[in-house]
Ligand binder design. Structure first.
Ligand SMILES: *Cc1c(COP(=O)(O)O)cnc(C)c1O
Length: 391
């Protein structure tokens, strides 16, 4: 018999009743150190006091009003984001998938408004952009699109890191945009090197194609800059944001330059919940905190500590691990075997991690994880790795 909850997930037999900082308490009272953060969502840890305060204050005043009216909380969040990024304008969504939908629509509208047929969007193998029809077409993997056809047309998925294939595809006259994660998250913490990001920018500039970054997972301070692409010294035309921006509240956004958003006039897009006062008040607090240079400097310092420990772990278990991947606090352990066993062994040590593709174990701690919790996480990972070896 089908369970009451549609069985689309393979779930660990664990349920939590409470969260505080980097710790989760299970139903039986056991405490788990959380290096998954709801997959990069709880950027400031669980029940962050600053966010609880904002939510309480806002929830007593106003939760939801329609976008038929001005929403000052939404305007404030948009102003914060445009102040701190390349963007001139923002649209708020409730998820990364919805941000992907709008990014695709915006790019296509940009060209159609110019009277051009450049609807094709180039993407990369291993990408993850969400689960809507457009997002699975953009990723193109059989695992995601199988059985859900006909697949939304107008996407070409290129091999990861194949410069010749990119060059050839960019020369096609119907290509209007390139969509890419600066660091692939689900794909196994695979960063696009800065020179490649710069090369993509140049290639787009040469043909006029729009460059769309999906920073749903790698953005919002995760890499030690507010957004990952800042490390490469270039900017996109359109950017998808979600996950960390709500600190646990469902919130996403599409950020764009004025030129890229030129086709999106009144009536071209909308969302009932998107940009509601409650979500935007919380999001504004997250952006306010995470964009502070001191906060980001701390992310980088903590990342250094964490990485040093992970390098030592890899050196101690060369049979298990290949290397450490990622930047800042979006870290991956590339393994020599599927990561599922290590995820389970870590769970037995009351440590929560997340598997990714490409035989990679993902570590996405709260950006404000205390140093002591980093040390504890490394000790538990070491025990889990040793336990795996003796099995
Ligand atoms: C999680 C994720 C998405 C989809 O976000 P949802 O909020 O699950 O819809 C899109 N892109 C990337 C890079 C992601 O990690």
């Amino acid at each position: 018999m089908i369970p009451a909850v549609l069985p689309t997930y393979s779930r660990a037999p664990l349920a939590f009743t409470r969260g505080e900082g980097s710790w989760l308490t299970a139903e039986d009272g056991t405490r788990y150190l959380d290096l998954g953060s709801g997959i990069a969502v709880n950027a400031l840890g669980h029940a962050a006091p600053e966010l609880v305060a904002v939510m309480q204050e806002q929830s007593q005043r106003l939760w939801h009003v329609s976008n038929l009216y001005r929403i000052p909380e939404q305007e404030r969040l948009a102003e914060l984001l445009t102040e701190h990024t390349f963007a001139d304008t923002c649209f708020f969504t409730n998820s990364g998938t919805e941000a992907c939908e709008l990014a695709v629509k915006m790019a296509r509208k940009y060209w159609s408004a110019k009277g051009d047929e450049r609807f094709r969007i180039l993407t990369f193998e291993g990408a993850f952009h969400g689960r809507s029809s457009a997002a699975i077409a953009a990723a193109g993997s059989e695992k995601m699109i199988g059985g859900f056809g006909p697949v939304l047309p107008g996407f070409t998925v290129l091999p990861f890191g194949d410069h010749e294939a990119l060059k050839a595809a960019m020369a096609e006259p119907d290509v209007g945009a390139v969509l890419v994660e600066p660091i692939q998250g689900e794909g196994g913490i695979r960063p696009l090197p800065d020179v490649c990001l710069k090369g993509l920018r140049e290639a787009c500039d040469a043909t006029g194609a729009l460059l769309i970054f999906d920073e749903v997972q790698c953005g919002m301070g995760r890499t030690g800059r507010l957004f990952a692409h800042e490390w490469a010294g270039i900017t996109p035309d359109i950017m998808m944001v979600a996950k960390g921006i709500g600190g646990g509240f469902p919130l996403g956004a599409v950020l764009a330059t004025e030129a890229a958003a030129a086709g999106m006039g009144v009536g071209t897009h909308g969302s009932t919940y998107g940009g509601n006062p409650l979500g935007c008040a919380i999001g504004a607090k997250v952006v306010e905190i995470v964009s502070q240079p001191d906060f980001l400097a701390e992310v980088n310092r903590k990342a250094g500590l964490f990485r040093q420990g992970l390098e030592a772990l890899v050196a101690a278990h060369p049979d298990l691990f290949e290397d450490v991947r990622g930047q800042g606090l979006i870290l991956g352990l590339k393994m020599r075997r599927p990561p599922a066993d290590l995820v389970a062994a870590a769970r037995d040590e009351q440590l929560l991690t997340v598997a990714a593709a490409d035989q990679t174990l993902r570590l996405l701690p709260a950006l404000n994880i205390p140093d002591a919790d980093i040390a504890e996480a490394l000790a538990r990972l070491e025990r889990a790795a040793s336990r795996l070896k003796t099995q």
